[in-house]
Design a protein around this ligand. Structure first.
Ligand SMILES: [Fe+2]
Ligand SMILES: [Fe+2]
Length: 276
């Protein structure tokens, strides 16, 4: 057990957040089904398809050019085959939380999709297993911010606005709230029963050097986040981020930067306030 997880007080405080326990109903139903180790994909797909809105959101996200499967995934069953059960479960949860965000925060959703896409490429290029789960962790890495924005009593939107030039967001969040958004995201994903392979990289996406488990996955998410933020002028340079992955050199990073810029050219929403 990582020392960060032994003291419960931070997570006890996070667990008091009213929106934390609003598990999307479909995720609850899927979790119940997954208690049966012999559950089959058609059965899971049928359960998800019962919720037409959730299914539509999932397919829209999966098929968006930012996420990475443009025009590829035609059904829930196909999404489960291509991405895997855990990745789809995380994707549904992300869609549900993002859907509750006011339109003013669409850039957070776009940022998350880009980090997912870059995480997928990096995970594949360093030979990680379960690449789609890593991509889903990329999609979920800032889900704590999305939840904090829904907690009206925290006034998190005003907090983000007040520090638009700040670089020490984690420290500022801890000072203001007693926890930071990566810890909130980790806790939400634990409540959703997502696997450690997804939750640990979320917890350490700003402090990859502290990760003791799922270290390569954590570095992938942290580096993807750093690359996307550097393109958007939102964080320190990649070269000084201290995140190294075997085989990921300046040529690889340069091609990823070009890919992000090409995607950006199709939209205008790229700059936002808040933690990266
Ligand atoms: Fe973050
Ligand atoms: Fe981020």
């Amino acid at each position: 057990m990582n020392a960060d997880l032994e003291g419960g007080s931070v997570f006890d405080r996070i667990d008091q957040l009213p929106h934390l326990n609003t598990l999307p109903p479909v995720v609850g139903r899927i979790n119940l089904l997954l208690n049966n180790p012999n559950v089959r994909i058609p059965e899971l797909a049928a359960q998800i398809e019962q919720d037409v809105t959730v299914s539509a959101r999932l397919l829209k996200m999966a098929n968006s050019s930012f996420y990475g499967f443009p025009g590829t995934i035609g059904s829930i069953a196909q999404s489960l085959v291509i991405m895997g059960i855990e990745a789809v479960r995380g994707l549904i949860a992300a869609c549900e939380v993002f859907d509750r965000l006011p339109p003013a925060f669409a850039d957070l959703v776009q940022h998350s999709m880009l980090v997912a896409r870059i995480s997928r490429t990096l995970a594949a290029s360093v030979g990680l297993a379960k690449v789609e789960e890593v991509a889903t962790a990329g999609l979920l890495h800032d889900i704590g911010q999305a939840l904090l924005l829904q907690e009206e009593q925290l006034d998190y939107a005003a907090f983000l606005e007040s520090g638009s030039q700040a670089s020490d967001w984690i420290a500022r969040e801890v000072e203001r709230y007693g926890f930071h958004h990566a810890q909130v995201g980790f806790r939400i994903c634990q409540h959703w029963n997502l696997p450690d392979r997804l939750t640990f990289p979320i917890l350490y996406h700003h402090e990859a050097e502290r990760a003791l488990e799922f270290v390569p996955e954590t570095k992938v998410i942290a580096l993807a986040n750093s690359i996307v933020n550097q393109v958007h002028g939102h964080s320190r340079a990649i070269e000084t981020s201290g995140i190294l992955l075997p085989g990921v050199d300046s040529v690889v990073i340069g091609s990823l930067i070009a890919e992000i810029k090409e995607l950006d050219s199709r939209t205008s929403a790229t700059r936002r306030n808040g933690p990266d």
